[in-house]
Design a protein around this ligand. Structure first.
Ligand SMILES: [Fe+2]
Length: 266
């Protein structure tokens, strides 16, 4: 299964954000996916769809997604507003408690898309969401399972971002520990590329579409950011392997053939 992981678009209804315009950056991502990865089965956008959760920003998102030729799924982050999201996407999937969560079963695997938004601006998994996650994990213990969530449930050893992690990671950590069918955890929120593992579960995330978080590991009051290019991940999933390619689609490179002797000496 080939899928595209995008995160943290931060669309705004009007104006700019940190001197950047998120909409053309997201449009460039859509163009890149259509041109280069139209064979992907799914695009998953893991939250912070709208920077301030305004209705007009979700309307912009809806209109822009009409150009994306690969099926997509949406998730919420701490910048989103659930009611405004549903006012623009009234028929979008919701669990029995009204959270934007779903299990997608295909090709012998399960994708679990988890809603970590705690309004107005935090990440949390309440009892009802934890119960939903537990039920989805319990009913399909034999299905290789891939988790998607906006907030990572662990420290990323980045003090400024660690202040904004999931508020209550312990019950989720216990759930994950009890379900060895979990093969990978994909997340957003940190606006940086990184990989590793947590509780022996491989993890990956990626730059945002709009603004980035710097590799500044001091413990300063704010969050050090920059206007670096956006990127998305191209992901290949089979039960026995997961491959994650970072695609810096906005960055202009000079192309050459590594086997071309002329290019080697140029
Ligand atoms: Fe974000």
């Amino acid at each position: 299964m080939k899928l595209i992981h995008i995160s943290d678009i931060h669309l705004v209804a009007k104006g700019r954000l940190f001197g950047l315009d998120p909409a053309p950056r997201f449009a460039a991502a859509i163009d890149s996916i259509n041109a280069e990865h139209g064979d992907a089965e799914l695009v998953i956008i893991s939250g912070d769809l709208a920077d301030e959760g305004e209705v007009a920003a979700y309307e912009l998102l809806r209109d822009m997604l009409a150009d994306l030729r690969v099926p997509h799924r949406l998730m919420l982050g701490n910048h989103d507003r659930r009611a405004n999201f549903y006012s623009v996407f009234p028929d979008y999937v919701r669990d029995e408690n009204g959270f934007v969560q779903e299990a997608i079963d295909r090709n012998g695997i399960r994708l679990l898309l988890i809603d970590t938004l705690s309004e107005p601006d935090a990440g949390e998994l309440c009892e009802r969401r934890l119960a939903w996650i537990a039920a989805r994990l319990e009913e399909a213990r034999d299905l290789p399972t891939y988790l998607f969530m906006h907030h990572p449930p662990f420290s990323i050893s980045h003090p400024m971002m660690d202040r904004h992690m999931l508020r209550n990671p312990a019950p989720f950590a216990a759930l994950a520990a009890g379900h060895p069918q979990i093969h990978h955890l994909f997340f957003g929120h940190v606006h940086r590329p990184l990989g590793g593992s947590w509780q022996r579960i491989p993890i990956s995330t990626l730059p945002a579409i709009n603004h980035q978080v710097a590799l500044d590991l001091r413990d300063l009051p704010g969050i050090s950011g920059h206007d670096g290019d956006g990127a998305y991940n191209v992901v290949f999933i089979e039960p026995e392997r997961t491959i994650v390619h970072l695609h810096d689609f906005m960055t202009k490179h000079r192309a050459f053939d590594l086997d071309d002797p002329v290019a080697q000496r140029g």
